[in-house]
Design a protein around this ligand. Structure first.
Ligand SMILES: [Fe+2]
Ligand SMILES: [Fe+2]
Length: 185
């Protein structure tokens, strides 16, 4: 149903080696999580594979997609730089591969989340945060185990880490992420 070899080739030619390898790890993790939680594992693999398709776009490329799809101009704000690729990635995979809403939305929400979130969206979000073939960090190893036991608890921990990280840099969570966090507590 999905041409995974073509997807891999497309990503390999557009992403850095680091980012491509990250995508492969996220795809594997998403597939395993989908099996664990009874969802379509091939679909989760595909969403994981392409989730960062727009991560390395230039400002010009971002602007092009924003204009083409009438996305909010606010996405170009400086503080959204790390997350704009999620919104753009969602429209890119729609145009390039005509993926359905389940995949497109999981890409759209993989970075700052959403409230509420579907199980599929949570899987892609969590897979992105925990995928690592050689984890050395104790808390990451714990999260990788927890994800297969309690996905919401893992999601909560991932967001708490992000909040801590942002606060150390004088920043805060996006309002929707804070809302998601509050709902998980
Ligand atoms: Fe991302
Ligand atoms: Fe990612």
């Amino acid at each position: 149903m999905y041409n995974i070899e073509k997807l891999k080739n497309d990503l390999k030619t557009t992403l850095s080696e680091y980012r491509y390898n990250h995508c492969l790890m996220v795809a594997d993790e998403a597939k395993k999580l989908a099996i664990n939680y009874g969802l379509d594992s091939e679909k989760a693999y595909v969403a994981g594979l392409v989730h960062d398709i727009a991560k390395e776009y230039s400002d010009e490329e971002n602007l092009k997609w924003i204009q083409k799809y009438n996305l909010p101009k606010e996405l170009l704000a400086e503080h959204l730089k790390p997350v704009i690729h999620a919104d753009i990635g969602a429209v890119v995979v729609k145009e390039l591969y005509n993926f359905d809403d389940e995949i497109c939305n999981s890409i759209k929400y993989h970075s700052i989340g959403n409230y509420p979130m579907t199980l599929f969206e949570k899987i892609i979000f969590v897979a992105d945060k925990i995928a690592d073939n050689n984890p050395t960090d104790e808390s990451l190893i714990e999260l990788q185990k927890l994800a297969y036991i309690d996905l919401d608890a893992t999601l909560l921990k991932c967001i708490e880490y992000t909040k801590e990280y942002l606060e150390q840099r004088g920043a805060t969570l996006e309002p929707i992420t804070q809302k998601l966090l509050d709902s998980l507590k």
